[in-house]
Design a binder for this molecule. Structure first.
Ligand SMILES: Nc1ncnc2c1ncn2[C@@H]1O[C@H](COP(=O)(O)OP(=O)(O)OP(=O)(O)O)[C@@H](O)[C@H]1O
Ligand SMILES: [Mg+2]
Length: 263
């Protein structure tokens, strides 16, 4: 298995002897090599927490996360991360932003140059190499974000609501772009979203998370790509996922991570 999340618990509360509130409570989930997996759930259900655990930015309280059978102990070049807020260096050009990773990793200058040009072309930014992020639209900034993550040649691409800040039309276009890039490079993708249609449009499988810190279910999306979001079958997936997420509607007004006795 490319990625294995095994019985992971995570709390941000300071430890107390009697109880502890868990954002994630025994999450087990796998992703196969080259799979497009989405994490779907209401705000606060722990999607980013799970992604940050896989990225190695934070550690689980219990359980473990493995990439190619090796336990994740921290961030690594095998995992590329794309955030909603782009997180580009404003004082670097498009080219410099994308070349940064390979340079830090010690890739020889000539190779880094070639890789940077290749990923600039892949995300459709040829001609914008010397532009600064401030002069780019949101969609273009996110293209830089994707190219920058891919320039480290990660085998797992982690994306936390990467299109959340974009307008509807740009967002739709970027979904298509992401699919094209994914098919070309074929990394394993873990994609966080709270948009049901976005999850259905993109994913091989959708892991639905709930506000109790567990997985509500895992839905394989058995539709050929590109997917028509108006097709009856597509809408059936949307409806089924809406129903799964409905479980949380009642509790979402008093959103509190589940409490659990510690041993
Ligand atoms: N560093 C932290 N310190 C304390 N609490 C945190 C921290 N990170 C997350 N939490 C809490 O954990 C819960 C899950 O947060 P998380 O950001 O993972 O949710 P999410 O599903 O990504 O939500 P959204 O869709 O709004 O981004 C929330 O209650 C949040 O307040
Ligand atoms: Mg989040």
């Amino acid at each position: 298995m490319k990625l294995a999340i095994e019985d992971v618990y995570k709390s941000f509360d300071p430890f107390t002897a009697s109880s502890r509130r868990f954002v994630l409570r025994g999450v087990t989930l796998q992703a196969a090599q080259g799979e497009f997996l989405s994490l779907l759930g209401h705000s606060g259900c722990g999607k980013s927490t799970l992604l940050n655990l896989v990225a190695g930015y934070i550690k689980p309280d219990r359980g473990r996360i493995l990439i190619d059978g090796t336990t994740v102990e921290g961030p690594g070049a095998d995992r590329g991360v794309v955030f909603q807020e782009y997180a580009l260096f404003p004082w670097y050009t498009v080219h410099e932003n994308i070349a940064f990773g390979p340079q830090v990793r010690g890739v020889p200058a000539g190779t880094a140059q070639e890789m940077t040009q290749r990923y600039i072309a892949l995300v459709g930014l040829t001609g914008f190499e010397h532009v600064y992020p401030d002069a780019l639209s949101g969609g273009m900034k996110q293209r830089v974000g994707i190219a920058r993550a891919l320039a480290n040649e990660p085998t797992v691409l982690l994306m936390d609501e990467p299109f959340g800040a974009l307008d509807a039309l740009t967002r739709e276009a970027m979904r298509q772009e992401l699919l094209r890039i994914w098919l070309q490079v074929r990394p394993t993708v873990v994609f966080v979203t709270h948009s049901i249609p976005e999850a259905v449009a993109l994913s091989d499988r959708i892991a639905v998370m709930n506000l109790r810190g567990t997985l509500e279910g895992i839905i394989p999306v058995d539709l050929p790509r590109p997917r028509d979001s108006h097709a009856a079958q597509f809408l059936e997936y949307v409806k089924a996922l809406e129903q799964m997420l409905m479980v949380d509607r009642k509790s979402s007004a008093t959103r509190e991570p589940a409490a659990l006795s510690e041993e």
